[in-house]
Write a protein that binds this ligand. Sequence first.
Ligand SMILES: Nc1ncnc2c1ncn2[C@@H]1O[C@H](COP(=O)(O)OP(=O)(O)OP(=O)(O)O)[C@@H](O)[C@H]1O
Ligand SMILES: [Mg+2]
Length: 245
Amino acid sequence: MEALKITNLSKSYHLRGEDVQVVNDLSLNIKKGEVFGFLGPNGAGKTTTIKMIVGLAFPTDGEIKIFGKDNAATTTKEKIGFMSEHPYFYNYLTGFEMLEFFGKLFPIDPQIRTKRVNDLLEKVGLGEAKNVPVRKYSKGMNQRLGLASALINDPQIIFLDEPLDGLDPLGRRQIKEIITQLKKEGKTVFFNSHILADVEEICDKVGIIDRGKLIEYGEPKTLAKGSKSLEDFFVKTIEKQREII
Ligand SMILES: Nc1ncnc2c1ncn2[C@@H]1O[C@H](COP(=O)(O)OP(=O)(O)OP(=O)(O)O)[C@@H](O)[C@H]1O
Ligand SMILES: [Mg+2]
């Protein structure tokens, strides 16, 4: 069974008196245990797609199934982890308190919750900063806390909107290792990134979206064959697309 099945998904926004289609007839299947990289230039529709999948935006058309069930079902939402492009936290709480707060939103035994909070803080490299108020966190520390919060409910499928953004090379390595570890545990990971060398390294499959349309899909190695790298392939693909339009 597919972990994620998107069929003919579209989304229009009403902008300056006209309907602008920001996601256009997008269909995509992601298998359980796959790491999927969702690529595209700025404004291509990546965040909008993720928001629709996790139920924060509503499609104009199309269908989204997670493990064969409607994405809006409560039992489905329990299985989803989500890290936003701009994680938002309560500034006066510490990293530990913030994760405890998120954990309380799920029916998790308090002892298991606190252990999980501490384990996650260690996992994302915030163990030493766990009692520091979030307002004193750097951008990279916020990203790390964002990832930890996406994993608090031990989700089966995890959506990460630019998890590598703003991290130092050490942080990027840690996050990539966490994603690879999640895959080993049989979890499915769907993430956006502009750092294509990292995408090439850890993704089983990638999709490229431009102006709301899926224009390429496949294994990164296969797509990059004949190009210097996945980044080179990406740039050539988008440039070709610009010539067509
Ligand atoms: N709430 C909204 N109202 C109107 N237009 C929106 C809204 N959210 C996004 N858009 C528009 O939809 C398009 C796609 O935006 P989206 O945030 O999905 O892009 P993205 O691929 O995530 O880009 P980036 O790489 O810069 O994060 C953009 O043209 C954007 O201006
Ligand atoms: Mg985005």
